[in-house]
Design a protein around this ligand. Structure first.
Ligand code: Z5A
Length: 205
């Protein structure tokens, strides 16, 4: 791949969207060819799947159905947006990727990590991000930030214990992939978070 693949991860409210926008501008100012995208979503079809996945509903959603839809959206996104951009030599900046599946469907919902790893192998064919920035923050603070926005989606309505498992999973996965995963303390003022992010980007530039 000629381009670079950067993912931004973390529990709700850690500042992923804010910092994806920041990284996008930072790279644009350096005249790097960059696209910003997100998961689940990133194509019209995958965004439809996102709406299905996030919408609160009365019918309980089966955990396996949720997992398969995450990978269905990812396959579409990967093959129609991410891989073509990387092949053109562009930098792809993605708000969440498969680490989120291990965290939410694996640790959060309790789906088998081996099953997730098998789906990852089928869909990604070995592709991994060049850099994963894990924004880490106390779960209560992140949820307070998100709740200020008002109505909660199907994931945001989960109990605190769910998000604590998600956070722990991110920290565990980081320890297993130290070559690409780096933690940034997202409890700092935004300028300091972004200073730390720039240091990580400079490793790739
Ligand atoms: N999901 C899944 O289950 N499995 C998967 O494989 C994938 C996803 C890919 C959608 O994700 C849902 O899909 C997600 C997991 C699931 N669950 N939920 N919920 P999403 O990324 O679209 O949704 P999100 O995590 O809820 O994003 P978010 O709520 O928009 O949070 P954020 O992007 O991390 O934060 P933000 O919008 O940038 O910032 C939140 C607020 O905090 C905002 O007012 C900022 O101005 C403020 N902020 C940001 N940084 C700071 C600092 N440093 N100090 C003070 N205030 C700050």
């Amino acid at each position: 791949m000629k381009g670079k693949f950067i993912t931004v991860e973390g529990v709700e409210g850690v500042g992923k969207s804010t910092n994806v926008a920041f990284i996008y501008e930072f790279l644009r100012q350096r005249e790097m060819p960059v696209i910003a995208t997100r998961e689940p979503g990133g194509t019209p079809f995958a965004e439809e799947l996102r709406n299905i996945l996030l919408r609160s509903r009365d019918e309980p959603v089966d955990d396996c159905a949720e997992l398969l839809l995450m990978f269905a959206a990812r396959s579409q996104h990967l093959n129609t947006v991410i891989l073509p951009a990387l092949q053109r030599g562009e930098w792809v900046l993605c708000d969440r990727f498969t680490d989120a599946t291990f965290a939410y469907q694996g640790a959060g919902r309790g789906m088998s990590l081996d099953v997730i790893a098998n789906l990852e192998a089928i869909v990604q064919q070995g592709l991994q991000p060049d850099l994963t920035i894990v924004l880490d923050l106390d779960v209560d603070i992140g949820l307070q930030r998100v709740r200020k926005r008002g109505q909660l989606d199907r994931f945001e309505s989960q109990q605190l214990a769910f998000f604590k498992r998600v956070r722990k999973s991110y920290l565990d996965r980081m320890a297993n992939a130290p070559e690409r995963c780096f933690l940034v303390d997202a409890s700092q003022p935004l300028e300091l978070v972004q200073r730390d992010i720039i240091k990580l980007l400079e490793r790739l530039l």
